[in-house]
Design a protein around this ligand. Structure first.
Ligand code: SAM
Ligand code: DTB
Ligand code: SF4
Length: 328
C-alpha cells in the first residue's frame, strides 16, 4: 500500500520563502497516488484555506465572437477551422450590462467577458473601457479574456476597474506546439507578466483531454504552480470537443483523471480558486461532486460558456442544494 507521502519538492533560494517550487516529478507522483489518498490530501489542503462547502459563481459572456486569427486546435472560434464561427462585432455596452445585471440577480459574483481575438487593438481597448466600468458599477467582480496584451493595455484595463484577466497556459510546454502554431506559450507568459505588473489578478489554467499524457498534465500543473506568485484563479477545462475543430475526435478523458487534475491543482496552489470550468455539461453530477471534494471551488454559472453549452442555472442550483453547497 502506498502511503500518503509529502511531495518531493525542491525550494529555490530566489523565490518567496512561502511558495513551494514543484517539480514535474513531484506533481506526477501526486497523480500516481491511490485515488482516495489523493482526494484526502486535496480535501485537507482545501479545508486549511477555504470553507469546504462554498463555491464561487462566475458568469461568462462572449462579448466578441468568432473570426479569430489563431489556430488553437480546440477552439470553435478560430477562423482557420471548419467549425469557424462567423466574426461578430464587439457587443454594445447596453447588451453587456443587461447580461451582467441578470448574472448578478441570479447570484453570480464575477462576470467574465471573453473576446475571440489574438489580442486587442488599442481601439478595442477604448471600446472596452466603458463596458468594464459599467459592469464594475453593478458591484460585480470583473474579468476579461481578450488574448495577448501589448505594453500599456493592461494598465488601461486596470484603471477602468478590471479585477481579473484570464489567460491560460492551456497545456504542457512540450505539447503546446501540437495544439497551437500561431503563437507560442512564451507569448502567453509575456502577457501574464504584463497583467501582474499592472496589478490585475491572474486567472490562468488550462485544458485537459486533448490527447496529452498524464506526465504532460502534471507538467501543466507544475508550470502553473511555479508562476510567481501562482494564479489567484485556476480554471481546469475539460475539452469540449466541437465538430469541425482539429480536436473534434480526441479520445474522451477518463473522468477520474480529470478529478485527479483538479486535486493536483488544489494541492499545489492551496489558496487559489480552482475552477471547474468547461466540460461540466458533459459531466455527471457525481463526477462534479468528486471535483468539489478534490478542491474545486468555482464554476461557470449560466446556460452558456462562450459558444458552447453549460448546465442550466436551475440545474446547478439543484445540485448545490443536494450537496449543501452555498455560493462563496
Ligand atoms: N482569445 C482569448 C484567448 O485565447 O486567451 C480568449 C478566449 S479563449 C476562448 C479562452 C480559453 O477558453 C482558452 O484559453 C481555452 O483554455 C478555453 N477553451 C476554448 N475552447 C475550448 C474548448 N473547446 N474546450 C475547453 N476549453 C476551451
Ligand atoms: C476558461 O478557462 N474557460 C472559459 C473562460 N476561461 C473564458 C472558456 C471556455 C470556453 C469553452 C468553449 C466555448 O464555449 O466556446
Ligand atoms: Fe480561440 Fe482564443 Fe485561440 Fe482565438 S486565441 S482561436 S479565441 S482560444
Amino acid at each position: 500500500m502506498t502511503p500518503v507521502s509529502s511531495p518531493d519538492y525542491t525550494t529555490n533560494a530566489s523565490r518567496s520563502p512561502f511558495q513551494t517550487r514543484w517539480t514535474v516529478d513531484a506533481v506526477a507522483a501526486l497523480f500516481e497516488l491511490p485515488f482516495n489518498d489523493l482526494i484526502y490530501r486535496a480535501q485537507q489542503t482545501h479545508r486549511q484555506h477555504f470553507d469546504a462547502n462554498a463555491v464561487q459563481l462566475s458568469t461568462l459572456l462572449s462579448v466578441k465572437t468568432g473570426g479569430c486569427s489563431e489556430d488553437c486546435g480546440y477552439c470553435p472560434q478560430s477562423a482557420r477551422h471548419e467549425a469557424g464561427m462567423p466574426s461578430e462585432d464587439l457587443l454594445p455596452v447596453e447588451d453587456v450590462v443587461a447580461a451582467a445585471r441578470k448574472a448578478k440577480e441570479n447570484g453570480a459574483s464575477r462576470f467574465c467577458m471573453g473576446a475571440a481575438w489574438r489580442g486587442p487593438k488599442d481601439r478595442d481597448i477604448d471600446n472596452l473601457l466603458p463596458i468594464i466600468e459599467a459592469v464594475k458599477d453593478l458591484g460585480l467582480e470583473t474579468c476579461c479574456t481578450l488574448g495577448m496584451l501589448k505594453d500599456g493595455q493592461a494598465e488601461r484595463l486596470k484603471e477602468a476597474g478590471l479585477d481579473y484577466y484570464n489567460h491560460n497556459l492551456d497545456t504542457a510546454p512540450e505539447f503546446y506546439g501540437r495544439v497551437i502554431s500561431t503563437h507560442t506559450q512564451q507569448d502567453r507568459l509575456n502577457t501574464l507578466e504584463r497583467v501582474r505588473e499592472a496589478g490585475i489578478h491572474v486567472c490562468c489554467g488550462g485544458i485537459v483531454g486533448m490527447g496529452e499524457s498524464r506526465r504532460q498534465r502534471a507538467g501543466l500543473i507544475a508550470q502553473l504552480a511555479n508562476l510567481e506568485p501562482y494564479p489567484e484563479s485556476v480554471p481546469i477545462n475539460n475539452l469540449v470537443a466541437v465538430e469541425g475543430t482539429p480536436l473534434a475526435n480526441a479520445e474522451v478523458l477518463d473522468p477520474f483523471e480529470f478529478v485527479r487534475t483538479v486535486a493536483c491543482a488544489r494541492i499545489t496552489m492551496p489558496k487559489a480558486l480552482v475552477r471547474l470550468s468547461a466540460g461540466r455539461q458533459q459531466m455527471s453530477e457525481s463526477v462534479q461532486a468528486l471535483c468539489f471534494l478534490a478542491g474545486a471551488n468555482s464554476i461557470f454559472y449560466g446556460d452558456k460558456l462562450l459558444t458552447t453549452g453549460n448546465p442550466e442555472a436551475e440545474q446547478d442550483r439543484a445540485l448545490m442544494r443536494k450537496l449543501g453547497i452555498t455560493p462563496l
